[in-house]
Design a protein around this ligand. Structure first.
Ligand code: ZN
Ligand code: ZN
Length: 201
């Protein structure tokens, strides 16, 4: 697919994230608002945290007509679900992201002098708000989510949560070379012979 074809891909008007600008009109200063609750598509998150697919996302958008395009601003709100990067406990919290992006009209200086991946386009009077909202959601998500700021994570030896272990919790972490020597000194002679047989195999 050539770059030109990519730019002209028609955003599916069947997608609930795609909004027509026909009612808004092209006169600078015109304004319309949209409040909708939509189902999150796949990809509104990272591996460990995000908005689950099909979960409700409440969008509150303001479309303002300007000379070069339509400025879309507002908020998107949804429940974020994930797990703590340290202790793997489930995490759940509400998130509201702020939006603000210009979508260029075709045949404007803005369209002529920018790439579609810098300034989004209005295609056949439609604005696809999904990429803008997805980007804002991904930016708002923590790369290493924590159940609480001072989560102490898990004991690397037994995998239990430090928060649930006693203060003096520890493991007999003897150096494996010493452990082997100790085993040799304490094992019965016939056990020694069996070990030797294993080694010769
Ligand atoms: Zn945690
Ligand atoms: Zn432990």
């Amino acid at each position: 697919m050539t770059r030109q074809e990519q730019v002209n891909v028609h955003p599916s008007a069947a997608s609930p994230w795609v909004i027509s600008t026909r009612e808004l009109g092209r006169r600078p200063g015109n304004m319309r608002t949209y409040q909708r609750t939509l189902q999150a598509p796949a990809g509104f998150g990272l591996d460990v945290i995000g908005i689950p697919e099909n979960a409700p996302v409440t969008v509150d958008l303001r479309f303002e007509s300007a000379s070069e395009g339509v400025f879309v601003s507002g908020t998107a709100a949804a429940g974020v679900v994930g797990e703590c990067a340290r202790c793997l406990d489930p995490i759940e919290y509400p998130e509201t992201v702020q939006l603000g992006e210009l979508f260029a009209y075709p045949d404007t200086a803005t369209e002529a002098t920018t790439d579609a991946d810098e300034i989004s386009r209005i295609v056949d009077d439609y604005i696809d708000t999904e990429p803008m909202i997805r980007d804002a959601v991904l930016l708002a998500l923590p790369l290493a989510p924590l159940c609480q700021e001072d989560c102490r994570g898990l004991c690397p030896e037994c995998g239990e949560r430090w928060a649930e272990l006693s203060a003096d919790h520890s493991h007999d972490t003897m150096d494996p070379r010493w452990a082997a020597l100790r085993d040799r000194l304490t094992s019965a002679p016939d056990a020694d012979a069996a070990t030797g047989a294993d080694e010769r195999r």
